[in-house]
Design a protein around this ligand. Sequence first.
Ligand code: DGT
Ligand code: MG
Length: 242
Amino acid sequence: TDVQGHIKFKDVSFGYNNNGLVVLENFNLEIDPGQIVAIVGPTGAGKTSMISMLLRFYDPWQGEVSLDGVNLKDLTLESLRSNITLVLQDSFIFPMSLADNIAFANPNASREEIIKAAKAAQAHDFISRLPEGYDTIASEGGVSLSGGEKQRISLARAFLRNTSILILDEPTSALDAQTEARIFQSLSSYSKGRTIFIISHRLSTIRHADLIVTIKDGMIAEKGTHEVLVNEGKVYAELYKY
Ligand code: DGT
Ligand code: MG
């Protein structure tokens, strides 16, 4: 498709219950195509809620979210979601071979493409060490994978899917810092031209993002590069201390 990946939240207010708490308020954010954007903030700040609106799991109470200048409500769910890949903390592994797990959304992918995606997700080494390699059958009578191995399989699946927009909501929480950092490095080259949102509590990993946005109490507290935000000495700098 010809989706550019220009995303805009305009005066968005959102909550889960009509009479309940406001989760996001006066939320304004504009993302240029091809940027790697890190979303940072304390637990419960509204990070996952924000990206849920991009996929239209929820719609704003007020304001609008747009993609390439078009209100998401004016797109079909099918066309919207065919342009966005979401990876969550809890990855889903199907009882089939690891190759088929990675190629789940791209059944016609070649073995080379599967391996390239697995390498970018830091999954190739552990897969290669298994006696059956990429033909290993996962779970349900097959090999059971660790949490971190499952996360890397679903990352490889997401890389292979190759959509204009990629959203990673703490998809590397089970990985060690070094592996997470390596995945982030390959993200920049593997995902040229894609708009990427990455939510992570491990700030060392996202420090090279093009833009870091911190959310606090449902609003954008600050945005900028790592260097700028550390010097600002506000929310990000405070989180960075720990
Ligand atoms: P995290 O993942 O713990 O770092 O936190 P965030 O920043 O992803 O927070 P988020 O967006 O999951 O939650 C923001 C607020 O919304 C928080 O007060 C919990 C509430 N909330 C989240 N999901 C739901 C939901 O499905 N239903 C209701 N009623 N409230 C929710
Ligand atoms: Mg969350």
